[in-house]
Design a protein around this ligand. Structure first.
Ligand code: ZN
Length: 218
């Protein structure tokens, strides 16, 4: 079972579910030739998909391209059910980073067939998660910024203010359908620049000013 760590505390947060948002940045939707959805596109990864980000990322074999998607992750600290946006952020205790690893070739096949995406998105190891920084360190939610470098070259950079559905509205929207419980994690979509991982890649991920994580692909 995966436990999230909230930095600066001794508390461990047993992971429940990971609620994920697709196409929350317009430029990423465009790069995969996907239309921008009218409402947030939601899916769930099970707790069994989570692994520690700083541990090497183990690529599954014989499954086609494995894409990275760097995302801002939110650690939920209290039950959120059918909350208004104005109340939603109070339910978040930590911010961190996630890699929404995606079997892109398989996902394309599943999309064509009209099948669910779980086989491409929810496999064991499909969600490397970082430790979480206390939300007290967040002065401006819209200013949160993530970045990813692979082998020293910047591949992704995105700010929360570019999200089609901002974080408070997103949590409110999710909570209308899925009750969020303490220990659940919400990952908020990826900016443009997704691509394929290869064995030996060195990854440097950052939440600007708050968190840095290095990992590698094996
Ligand atoms: Zn994603």
């Amino acid at each position: 079972m995966f436990n999230s760590r909230l930095l600066g505390t001794n508390s461990l947060w047993p992971l429940g579910k990971i609620v994920c948002v697709g196409r929350n940045y317009a430029e990423h939707a465009a790069e995969l030739n996907n239309p921008v959805p009218e409402q947030p596109l939601l899916f769930i990864k099970p707790a069994t998909s989570a692994v520690a980000m700083q541990a090497p990322v183990r690529l599954p074999t014989n499954v086609g391209d494995v894409h990275y998607e760097t995302e801002i992750a939110l650690l939920i600290g209290q039950t959120l059910s059918k909350v208004k946006p104005a109340k939603a952020l109070a339910g978040v205790v930590g911010v961190g980073l996630a890699l929404d690893l995606t079997l892109r070739d398989l996902q394309s096949e599943l999309k064509k067939l009209g099948h669910p995406w779980e086989r491409a998105k929810a496999w064991d190891g499909a969600c490397p998660l970082s430790d979480f920084v206390d939300v007290a360190a967040v002065n401006d939610w819209q200013a949160l910024e993530l970045s990813l470098k692979i082998n020293g070259i910047e591949k992704q950079r995105g700010q929360a203010k570019q999200m089609l559905t901002p974080i408070a509205e997103l949590l409110s929207h999710i909570s209308q359908t899925f009750t969020l419980l303490a220990g659940d994690v919400v990952i908020t979509g990826t900016p443009a620049g997704v691509g394929k991982l290869a064995v030996g890649d060195q990854l440097e991920l950052a939440l600007t000013g708050l968190l840095q994580v290095e990992t590698r692909v094996i």
